[in-house]
Design a protein around this ligand. Sequence first.
Ligand SMILES: [Zn+2]
Length: 325
Amino acid sequence: VIKIGNLTARRGEKVKGFLKVYETGIELPVTIICGKEEGETLLLTSGIHCAEYSGIEAAIELAQELEAEEISGNIIIVHPVNISGFLACNHNSNVPEDNQNLNRMFPGNEKGSVSEQIAHYIVKELHRKADYYIDMHGGSIQEELTPYVYYVTAAKAEVAAMAKNMACGVNTVYMVGSKVGSQGSYNHAGSAGIPSILIERGCSGVWSREEVEIYKADIINIMRRIGIMQDGKAGKSYHPINIENVDYYEAKFTGLWYPEKKAGNIVKKGELAGTIKDFFGTILERIYSRNDAVILYQICSLSVLKGSELLVNGILIREEGIRQR
Ligand SMILES: [Zn+2]
């Protein structure tokens, strides 16, 4: 039996409803599938950032399509977490009640602002029931990204190893070991002992059928790898290229952003990655890559603000003669 808030799912049942987050007025749409066979519990959250639509739609469809008959253990799906931001079409993905980024609020505070309370509720009611955790994200409206997956490394060795094993089940070219152990939902869960990953797929405020199908296939593949999906098929490994270090570039000026490359492109050390200009075309800043790297994501809006993140590169290192330092 799985009991969360006022919802109870018994063996072989799928239960859907809303979870009230304390006295905030927020109600989270959730589906609980209590598999036919006993086993471990997988937590899926989507829409902690409410404008990352591919992950939200994939979670909504998985909640409808997965059935208890094929599951050993339990699945809890939240679709989406930042429901008030989603309904407000909040383009910066923040929680509208306090204008905070929910994924910087973990482990949260029961007496804090609305996003702190949501974070606290998720830790107390959902993380603590989970044996595995997948947080479903993507690029925000002003970002373009190449699909990739983060796995926790700020965790016990066996937790980090299992998280990496889950990340290998994601159909992406790159995976990134995250050294962060707090603030983010999956980061906090990892440091609390739950093998946790965060998938980045889809961006720029749009979603597509193709992205949603790949997203769902990734989740089902991981479920096979950890033994929760029992459909007789073996889980695949996609052997993503492992990135240990990520390089962040901040804009030194407010102005207009002209990237030279696309997300997923490779930049060489010293190569021009983009230019910031003013309204008269005068160059304010040229951004050169500090490393041989892949552009994991970058700003795709024309406007850019001083101090904001411009692009994020995954540093590629020489390994098996393929990559270069
Ligand atoms: Zn996100």
